[in-house]
Design a protein around this ligand. Structure first.
Ligand SMILES: NC(=O)c1ccc[n+]([C@@H]2O[C@H](COP(=O)([O-])OP(=O)(O)OC[C@H]3O[C@@H](n4cnc5c(N)ncnc54)[C@H](OP(=O)(O)O)[C@@H]3O)[C@@H](O)[C@H]2O)c1
Length: 232
């Protein structure tokens, strides 16, 4: 492994943007520590990408699972350079008053509390070292809104504010940024755009631009809302 190789913790690696980023980061010579809930997908990733890349079944909603995962990773890999909170859910399209309580809670639990669980257990080692970049995946719907996606919009607007406050807490050598990835043809997009999702770039095409863009984020960008270029 070269001295420029970065250690990257990435949530939601089993599908979509997280899966494509995993492949691209590893192709570029970096180490990916990933999680997702699907046992089958996580086992397949570990078979394809060998150690030191490490893939674990972790539900980011479960704080105890995240704590155990972070302890294991910090013991085996030392510290990390990038912490990417990508895992998220979107609600089924519906006016807010028709969104069942359980579904609303699930979107808040994964997108917001899950992100904070991951920060709670990985950030202290980064802060202690005074280095590292935290990227919290936002959305166009974290900076604008559309009808029928109020729960998802609420979480992504929250991610923007939470991340900017976090940025103000970090030591000078670190950064935290909200990142709008753009519009990418993934399961999530298909669930809300239907057939018109196919008019957008695939996750693999997107990752070729997004991975190098993320790797360039540093302390100069701390607190700045960023967007992957060319994918808005
Ligand atoms: N696609 C777009 O156009 C678009 C636009 C704006 C923003 N975004 C944001 O970009 C990020 C990636 O989106 P995507 O389109 O790639 O979504 P996706 O295709 O639905 O994939 C979501 C990933 O998150 C994982 N995940 C969900 N809940 C989890 C949990 N509780 N614990 C651990 N992992 C969990 C899923 O894996 P498991 O089901 O195996 O857990 C999956 O790997 C999200 O933050 C999304 O909000 C996407």
């Amino acid at each position: 492994m070269s001295s420029t190789s970065k250690t990257i913790v990435l949530t939601g690696v089993s599908r979509g943007c997280g899966r494509a980023l995993t492949e691209e980061f590893i192709r570029l010579g970096h180490v990916v520590i990933g999680c997702g809930r699907s046992e089958k997908d996580i086992a397949a990733l570990q078979k394809e990408f060998v150690v030191p890349n490490l893939f674990s079944v972790v539900d980011v909603v479960d704080d105890a699972q995240v704590e155990a995962w972070a302890k294991k990773i910090l013991a085996s890999h030392g510290t990390l350079d990038f912490l990417l909170n990508n895992a998220a859910l979107i609600n089924r399209a519906a006016p807010l008053w028709e969104v069942p309580a359980r579904e609303f809670s699930d979107v808040i639990d994964v997108n917001l509390k899950g992100t904070v669980n991951v920060i709670r257990h990985f950030a202290p080692a980064m802060v202690q070292r005074g280095r590292g970049v935290i990227v919290n995946f936002s959305s166009g719907w974290g900076r604008s809104t559309d009808p029928e996606f109020a729960p998802y919009c609420a979480t992504k607007w929250a991610i923007e504010g939470l991340t900017q406050a976090l940025a103000q807490e970090l030591p000078a050598g670190m950064a935290a940024v909200p990142l709008n990835p753009g519009i990418i043809n993934t399961d999530m997009l298909r669930s809300c755009f239907g057939g018109s999702a196919s008019g957008y770039p695939s996750a693999d095409e997107w990752a070729k631009i997004a991975a190098p863009y993320i790797l360039k984020i540093g302390p100069a960008e701390n607190g700045r809302p960023l967007s992957v270029p060319g994918h808005g």
